[in-house]
Design a protein around this ligand. Structure first.
Ligand SMILES: Cc1cc2nc3c(=O)[nH]c(=O)nc-3n(C[C@H](O)[C@H](O)[C@H](O)COP(=O)(O)O)c2cc1C
Length: 425
């Protein structure tokens, strides 16, 4: 019998267990000339095979800050089905920065291993892992949302693992009903938070994450410092714009100092706190544009444009893609100022394939964008971040590709399950 060489089911490299190599990674376009949504994006040393990212989502399921098997399965489900970046939920840099007692954390070395387990798996699938580093500030020590009654927050007392007497914020102003009254942070509290971010970033690198996002949105600590409504400080961390952004700037510098040069750094902000009509001065899109112009100089690569969350009285009714216009406006202002090295992420109720495609497509001329880059136009954003749609459809990337008529790589094991041409999905 002549020996015929059989093809080998090749193992993924650098993985302590057998799993088939995924090359190219799931979610890579196989069709010629795909739309921008399915073209690669390189940020520093990291290449993403498409422009669809999983936004951070708190699961209120951690064990004293440690991620568990739940998180491994939950995050991996999106990643191995082709999301080019999956971002771990807000992980608190200090114990009192958790939103709920069951929030993720990265204040201790013991929290590295469960993250490393996730990064090892994602890398075995040729996919990328991010983590959002956070401190909840005056919104800390609350109960998981499914425990609330009529949507009102409930303070987590010490009995259920909370720390209502150790909640801190920019000023001693309670967020609203159901929240603890924060103490105004001292200089040493501020230094503790900055060091917390630095140490957590160092641990994240050790855990093998590819990307770090700093949470500066939704009324949590950094966001509450940005706003003149929640920040009434009279020291160098309050008052002027320069003073209110100081905590964010300190945190960005501390994080950038300890992460590799080649690692992308993202910042998420609430681009407006939706208080333009209720307050004389608030954090608004103009403030975000001003901040955005400073970020590339600090080593930030991408601004993730969210909104709201800092005030009980915020006035906004979300509709599909409602934050995307703001992302486009910020990008446009940056281009006008000649700043092209800050990428923009759009997020918020992006649920349709066509919408996702349109957001990152260049030169589509929707009236919002008047200036052009060398390729004849600019998009509203460079990537889309999607949260809830992934909870509904973990295979959303594969569905989007199918709906747009683009052939993409599937996970090899699932190849026989490809959507059947002509079927309605
Ligand atoms: C269950 C859940 C948890 C969330 N947790 C976070 C979080 O940890 N950090 C954050 O910045 N945003 C968080 N968000 C907001 C999402 O990242 C996203 O910005 C928002 O849901 C809008 O996007 P979507 O319409 O695609 O869901 C969360 C949203 C959901 C639904």
């Amino acid at each position: 019998m002549g020996s015929v060489s059989a093809p080998r089911n090749e193992p993924a490299p650098n993985t302590p267990y057998f799993t088939p190599i995924q090359n190219p990674p799931a979610g890579t376009a196989l069709s010629e000339n795909p739309p921008t949504l399915f073209t690669p994006l390189k940020i520093r040393d990291v290449t993403f095979q498409n422009r669809i990212w999983v936004a951070p989502m708190c699961m209120y399921s951690a064990d004293n800050g440690h991620l568990t098997d739940f998180h491994l399965i939950h995050l991996s489900a999106f990643a191995y089905r082709g999301a080019s970046l999956t971002i771990i939920e807000a992980a608190s840099v200090l114990p009192n920065g958790r939103i709920s007692p069951e929030d993720a954390g990265l204040w201790s070395d013991s929290q590295i291993a469960p993250i490393q387990r996730i990064s090892t798996f994602l890398h075995s699938q040729n996919q990328k892992l991010g983590i959002q580093l956070a401190h909840a500030g005056r919104k800390a020590s609350t109960c998981a949302p499914w425990l609330l009654e009529r949507g009102k927050a409930i303070t987590a007392t010490e009995e259920v693992g909370g720390w209502p007497d150790d909640v801190m914020g920019a000023s001693a102003i309670r967020w609203g009903e159901g929240y603890a009254v924060p103490r105004e942070m001292s200089r040493s509290d501020i230094q503790g938070v900055v060091e917390g971010f630095r140490e957590a970033a160092r641990r994240a690198v050790q855990a093998g994450v590819d990307v770090i996002e700093i949470h500066g949105a939704h009324g949590y600590l950094i966001s509450s410092f940005l706003s003149p409504i929640s920040n009434r400080r009279t020291d160098e961390y309050g008052g002027s714009f320069e003073n209110r952004i100081r905590l964010l700037v300190d945190v960005v510098k501390a994080v950038r100092e300890v992460i590799p040069e080649g690692m992308p750094l993202l910042v998420r902000v609430s681009s407006t706190e939706w208080m333009e009509k209720q307050a004389q001065e608030s954090w608004d899109v103009e403030s975000t544009i001003r901040l955005a112009k400073l970020l590339p100089g600090l080593g930030v690569d991408l601004l993730d444009v969210s909104s709201g969350g800092n005030n009980e009285k915020q006035a906004v009714t979300p509709f599909n893609n409602y934050q995307v216009g703001i992302a486009g406006r910020i990008r446009e202002e940056l281009y006008k100022a000649g700043i092209k090295d800050l990428l923009i992420g759009a997020v918020g109720m992006i649920t349709e394939a066509e919408a996702a495609k349109e957001i990152v497509e260049k030169g589509k001329g929707d009236g919002l964008v008047e200036i052009e880059d060398e390729n004849g136009g600019i998009a509203k954003a460079d990537v889309v971040l999607v949260a809830r749609q992934f909870l509904r459809e973990p295979e959303w990337v594969l569905r989007v590709a199918y709906r747009l008529g683009i052939k993409v790589q599937w996970p090899s094991q699932y190849d026989r399950g490809r959507f059947v041409k002509g079927s309605k999905i």
